[in-house]
Design a protein around this ligand. Structure first.
Ligand SMILES: *Cc1c(COP(=O)(O)O)cnc(C)c1O
Length: 392
């Protein structure tokens, strides 16, 4: 599949559905249209069997059991259910939640709402590379801490969190650990069992599945994780999330997860090499360009660069042939500069000069070469107007 023009380099915002995913979904809009909760006829049984297959495929991707999957409308809803659901269920035990300054707005806004309802939330800081300090996490834990929520990989700078260490630390103290794995799942290995993760949020549209379907994976065994449902109704999904299941979406999500699991090793190598070629191509031809994030431990498809002396939003508008962004798509409705880049200590002017590149399954080396050329040309032109290089 080729995506054509403009060249799509915004895979952190969303991914196109893989054609194999779409093919698998189609019958579930047509002859296999049944409601998975219909117990009395074949239409329902067919839909239910498809949902159960999807559950298995998604569970396998993240090292969980099929009966631990709770289907939702996406990662935002999963995150809301995880954090609010735990907060309500464990309130009598404690009122303290720990998260990180660089989390997605779905986590930060949910935590802010809980603060208005009397919970205490600690926002851990990160270093220049976007990593939290395990020592700081350790010193912040208290007897009233009920939940730690740390994203698996950042959606702007790609930094991967030490999930295993955090999981171990939380498990040994009986504190629940939730991770927002919307960017990490399907791209890098995530395993709930070996990483001792209790709750994990994922979404299909970041892994070549359809939009509008996601899952919260909830550890069920020794001990079971308690959650208060946030959507009440017919008692679907073991009572944790009512509402008729999105059967075609779940079928697509399952196939998407399966494809990611099978292709992850080769694909991440291919993407990292394309990403490195992009970064090298830009940095070798332009002065005063620096990379943001942890270049040693980040998503293979991510690069975030500060290009001194140019306004990123202007650059993006000038490069009509490349679809990229400055950061989180979710906050691009509001022109606020990236809270992630601020949290890693970038000066305001550098935040406003930063570009996020997200590569993906359909990115080709020819596209990368065009992108390098376009970025270099456009930056050179923009800099002739106003820019004085630092070393001049
Ligand atoms: C995209 C994204 C979300 C939100 O997922 P939706 O399915 O779009 O609600 C949450 N967290 C991260 C890290 C993301 O990248």
């Amino acid at each position: 599949m080729t995506l054509g023009m403009p060249i799509y380099l915004d895979y952190h915002a969303t991914t196109p559905a893989d054609p194999r995913v779409v093919d698998a979904m189609l019958p579930y809009f047509k002859e296999k249209f049944g409601n998975a909760a219909s117990r009395h006829h074949r239409f329902g049984w067919t839909a239910e069997a498809a949902v159960e297959k999807g559950r298995k495929q998604i569970a396998a991707l993240v090292g969980a059991h099929a009966d631990e999957i709770v289907f939702t409308s996406g990662a935002t809803e999963s995150i809301n259910l995880a954090i609010k659901g735990v907060a309500e269920a464990y309130r009598s035990r404690g009122d303290h939640i720990i998260t990180v300054a660089t989390e997605h707005k779905a986590v930060l806004d949910t935590c802010a709402k809980l603060e208005r309802h009397g919970f205490n939330v600690t926002y851990l800081s990160v270093d220049r590379s976007g990593r939290l300090s395990l020592d700081e996490l350790l010193s912040t834990l208290s007897p009233s801490t009920i939940l730690v929520s740390v994203m698996a990989a950042n959606n702007e700078i790609g930094t991967i969190a030490p999930l295993e260490e955090i999981g171990k630390l939380c498990r040994s103290r009986g504190i629940l650990f939730h991770t927002d794995a919307a960017q990490a799942a399907g791209k890098v290995p995530v395993n709930m069992e070996s990483m001792e993760i209790d709750l994990l949020s994922i979404t299909a549209h970041k892994m070549y599945g359809p939009k509008g379907v996601g899952a919260l994976v909830v550890k069920k065994r020794n001990p079971a994780t308690l959650l208060v449902p946030q959507i009440d109704g017919g008692g679907h999904e073991r009572g944790l999330r009512s509402g008729t299941l999105n059967v075609p979406g779940i079928v697509g999500f399952g196939v998407a997860a399966d494809l990611c699991a099978k292709e992850m090793a080769d694909e991440s190598e291919r993407l990292a090499s394309l990403r490195d070629r992009l970064v090298k191509g830009i940095m070798s031809q332009l002065d005063d360009v620096s990379q943001n994030g942890n270049t040693g431990n980040r998503l293979p498809n991510n690069a975030n660069m500060t290009i001194a002396g140019v306004k990123a939003d202007r650059l993006i508008m000038d490069m009509k042939d490349i679809a990229i962004s400055t950061g989180s798509a979710c906050s691009s409705a509001s022109p606020e500069p990236s809270h992630v880049l601020k949290a890693i200590g970038l000066r305001r002017e550098d935040v406003l000069s930063s570009l996020r590149f997200g590569l993906g399954r359909f990115t080709t080396s020819a596209e990368i070469d065009v992108a390098i050329q376009k970025v270099v040309e456009t930056v050179r032109l923009a800099r002739t107007e106003t820019y004085q290089p630092a070393h001049a």
